[in-house]
Design a protein around this ligand. Structure first.
Ligand code: CA
Length: 219
């Protein structure tokens, strides 16, 4: 699942990005309100972590714009604005949750997961493909109803494939959907994850279409 982290404090942003990535999320980082607005216009995010005090466009204004156009993506405000009035204003403007800075990273991640779960009940469906079932919100995979342990990156690759069952995705396409902006990607990283996935799930389920890419088997 892809999260947009909207935060102008570099130290906080890097720590949050690392924590969320370790928890298995793909994270893009927007450093100011304008960048965030452009990124959000793509509609590719499952959740946003939103700071309020931002250069170029304030977090509250950003949230208002998002909700005004009917986007129901979960938004978790992470702010140092700590009065009850601030929190109420944030929630009334359409935020789904509010954490105060400084926050505990584990708590932030738990809240992100809770929001995604809640949102999942209202719409994010399980992905099913043949023997495989993937739960994007809970980050679990089963094969023939047996749980399969995957690393965060393996999960992300499989999720990208299962979102487009039957379609052949090139390595570049997979990299695009799995890695956030500006992340260093070694040239064979995706192949390594695919290799591990095929080992864990069976090579008949992840097909390699020679010279083109990979697809997940539907049968
Ligand atoms: Ca700030």
């Amino acid at each position: 699942m892809r999260i947009l982290l909207i935060e102008d404090d570099e130290m906080i942003a890097k720590a949050v990005r690392r924590g969320l990535a370790q928890a298995g999320f793909t994270v893009d980082w927007a450093r100011d309100g304008r960048d965030a607005e452009l990124a959000l216009a793509n509609g590719v995010y499952d959740l946003a972590v939103l700071d309020l005090g931002l250069p170029k466009k304030d977090g509250m204004a950003l949230l208002a714009t998002l909700r005004a156009r009917g986007d129901s993506m979960p938004v978790l405000i992470a702010s140092a604005r700590d009065t009850v009035g601030d929190r109420i204003a944030g929630l009334e403007a359409g935020a789904d949750d509010y954490v105060l800075k400084p926050f505990d990273l584990d708590e932030l991640i738990a809240r992100v997961r809770a929001l995604l779960r809640r949102h999942a009940g209202s719409g994010i469906p399980l992905l099913k493909c043949g023997a495989l079932t993937l739960d994007p919100a809970r980050k679990t995979v089963t094969k023939d109803a047996q749980a399969v342990e995957l690393s965060a990156m393996e999960f992300a690759v499989l999720e990208a494939l299962m979102q487009r069952p039957g379609a052949v995705l090139s390595r570049e396409k997979l990299e695009e959907s799995v890695y956030g902006w500006g992340q260093e990607v070694s040239s064979n990283a995706i192949e390594v994850h695919l290799h591990n996935l095929r080992k864990k799930l069976g090579s008949h389920l992840i097909k390699n279409v020679r010279g083109v890419g990979y697809r997940v088997a539907e049968g």
